[in-house]
Design a protein around this ligand. Structure first.
Ligand SMILES: [Zn+2]
Length: 602
């Protein structure tokens, strides 16, 4: 069981309060088609929708990759939550009071001590800083400063921008008075210990405060911007038990539904650019927080989209960072584009100078493909009129072309090279093939995507008869308790031959024995293994509500029983061959008789 310490009654209240279509609709664009809703699966890349959600059954299932489950397991799969975490989030959505301490046992990632209090303190301070900025005399200068710099009230509200007082100890006292342990507040980077008089002082003083949220919208850090000439210009929270830069993408919790809808994420290098871009209507914008793109960022993005647009500064450092990011993303099979700004501008400056419209059309809209960016990047600092530079450039471009999985694309860029430098296309093609084989030997080429994906594909071959019979029986067992015990009796000692099927019915017996009524969506919370949940949701999604005749039932059971005998026969046939090999003809004849007997029973 995965539902741990939450009572069944609570789980049912939450299930009644939150509709699966509403929940999944926040992540996937769903369209009604017949009785169900369909959309593009968030768990695997696809172009035509095979992901279905049933209001009636309150389950989801993907016919492409096999993912499936109910509202709880959807959040577990997509957010990496534990069951209790999912339940908490859902209870909040459905306004169901739920008192669970997320502690060491229920938290997926051993939450460090004090983490909960650190998050609470951050959330409290976010509200407090924001209030100071928009409602008080103390925050007036900061507010004017922001408005003068082009921030709208809407942006200030949306990003919960605030102001920290020009005081050494206001926050320290504020937090300690509210019972937050000093030790944790110091670890969280909000206050700093001063040895001289053994007291605490505030990290952020007289700064415009930008809260940094995690992917669920909890405040986990701040960046404070100086308004005058104070150094540093930006003062950030340090890495703390709740704030890990290499996992955090700024604005991700706001951007996610837009990333889904537009099927693309736009990545910026800092939150200031990201805020400006969102203001310009680029709502699928996220930003790294002063680190290069990491594997953790990429995994998070991959769960949400296959297409990334990189929009970094256009100076040399920005281009190098973009190039690194492009390589990583290409390796993870993203379709990558790069937006280039003119004249060493960063996106924030560009928007201020040329306006939002121009940013969307001239920068985002005119972004370069992977290969076009590579050609631009490789050309920097080279004079292609110089023979040495030109040869080096062409070789480097050929190497990149060799990495392209698509033959049409390869051809396109070879032709481009050929016409630009008046080279024979044949010669270029030949050279490119050579580069390809050399690189392949070195193992530097990306693996063909098709093969990797196939391994993940759910088996959709025709299934043997006993497999289908077991599936049908499970479908009926999910609908009726009486039927379940009837089938259990008819099966006797025989177990289902597909291990997963046997596991499912074992859990189902326990579910009914616990006194539950048939309810597949609820039953899914009894299954600890995501693979079993997939199978159950597929069976449920495929099955229609209809009475089963006794004849159908016995047919299915006979299929299962027959398969057992077939296995036995196979076993005997091996024994028979073995006996013949040993020249033990008596034994062989005896086994042959047994086989005949078994055959007659089929
Ligand atoms: Zn799928």
């Amino acid at each position: 069981m995965i539902n741990g310490r939450i009572e069944d009654e609570k789980i049912n209240q939450i299930r009644e309060a939150v509709d699966i279509v509403d929940l999944i609709g926040e992540y996937v664009q769903l369209k009604k088609q017949g009785r169900n809703y369909f959309g593009l699966c968030p768990f695997h890349g696809e172009n035509s929708p095979s992901f279905s959600v049933s209001t009636e059954k309150q389950i989801f299932h993907c016919f492409g990759c096999g993912a499936g489950g109910n509202i709880f397991t959807f959040l577990m799969d997509i957010e990496g939550y534990s069951f209790v975490e999912s339940a908490k989030v859902l209870a909040e959505k459905g306004n169901v009071p739920l008192e669970v301490e997320i502690n060491k046992d229920s938290k997926r990632s051993n939450m460090p001590a004090g983490a909960q209090q650190m998050v609470e303190a951050h959330d409290l301070l976010r509200k407090f800083y924001h209030h100071l900025l928009v409602n008080t005399k103390e925050g007036q200068d900061a507010l004017e400063y922001l408005l003068n710099r082009g921030f709208t009230e809407e942006t200030i509200e949306k990003f919960q921008i605030g102001y920290s007082l020009d005081s050494w100890d206001f926050v320290s006292k504020f937090l300690l008075k509210r019972g937050f342990p000093a030790e944790y507040m110091e670890q969280a980077g909000l206050i700093i210990f001063r040895e001289k008089d053994e007291s605490y002082f505030d990290r952020f003083r007289n700064r415009v405060m930008f809260p940094i949220m995690d992917h669920q919208g909890n405040t986990i850090a701040f960046s404070g911007r100086a308004m005058g000439d104070d150094e540093p210009k930006y003062l950030n929270s340090p890495e703390t038990p709740i704030f890990n830069k290499s996992k955090t993408l700024y604005n991700f919790h706001h951007a996610r539904p837009h990333i889904r809808k537009k099927e693309q994420a736009v990545i910026f290098e800092g939150f200031a650019d990201c805020i400006s871009a969102v203001g310009a209507g680029v709502e699928n914008a996220v930003a790294t927080m002063g680190t290069a793109l990491t594997d953790q960022h990429i995994q998070l993005l991959k769960r949400n989209t296959d297409q990334i647009l990189i929009c970094y500064d256009s100076d040399s450092a920005g281009l190098n960072a973009a190039n690194r990011a492009v390589n990583m993303l290409q390796d993870h099979e993203f379709s990558v584009k790069v937006a280039l700004m003119p004249d060493n501008l960063d996106p924030d400056d560009y928007i201020k100078e040329f306006g939002e419209k121009s940013f969307v059309s001239e920068v985002i809209g005119a972004s370069l493909t992977y290969m076009a960016f590579k050609m631009h990047y490789l050309r920097r600092g080279k004079n292609v009129n110089n023979e040495g530079d030109r040869i080096q450039y062409i070789e480097e471009v050929l190497k990149e072309i060799s990495r392209l999985p698509n033959a049409v694309e390869r051809d396109h860029y070879l032709r481009q090279l050929s016409s630009e430098f008046s080279l024979s296309l044949d010669a270029l093609e030949q050279q490119q093939r050579q580069v390809f084989f050399t690189e392949r030997k070195k193992g530097t080429l990306p693996q063909p995507a098709a093969q990797k994906k196939m391994a993940l594909q759910y088996e959709h071959k025709l299934k043997p008869a006993h497999h289908n019979a077991e599936t049908k029986l499970i479908a009926h067992m999910l609908k009726s308790r009486d039927m379940t015990f009837k089938i259990q009796q008819l099966l006797g000692q025989t177990v289902f031959h597909v291990d997963e099927h046997q596991a499912i019915i074992t859990y189902l017996y326990a579910f009914y024995e616990d006194g539950h009524e048939p309810d597949t969506s609820f039953f899914l919370t009894y299954l600890p293994d995501p693979n079993l949940r997939r199978i159950v949701s597929e069976i449920e999604m495929m099955s229609v509500n209809e009475e089963v005749t006794d004849k159908e039932l016995t047919d299915c059971i006979n299929q299962v029983l027959k398969y057992e005998k077939l296995l036995k026969i196979k076993e005997k046939q091996v024994e028979e061959k073995d006996a013949v090999r040993r020249s033990d003809y008596v034994a062989a004849a005896q086994i042959a008789m047994e086989i005949i007997k078994l055959r007659k029973m089929l």
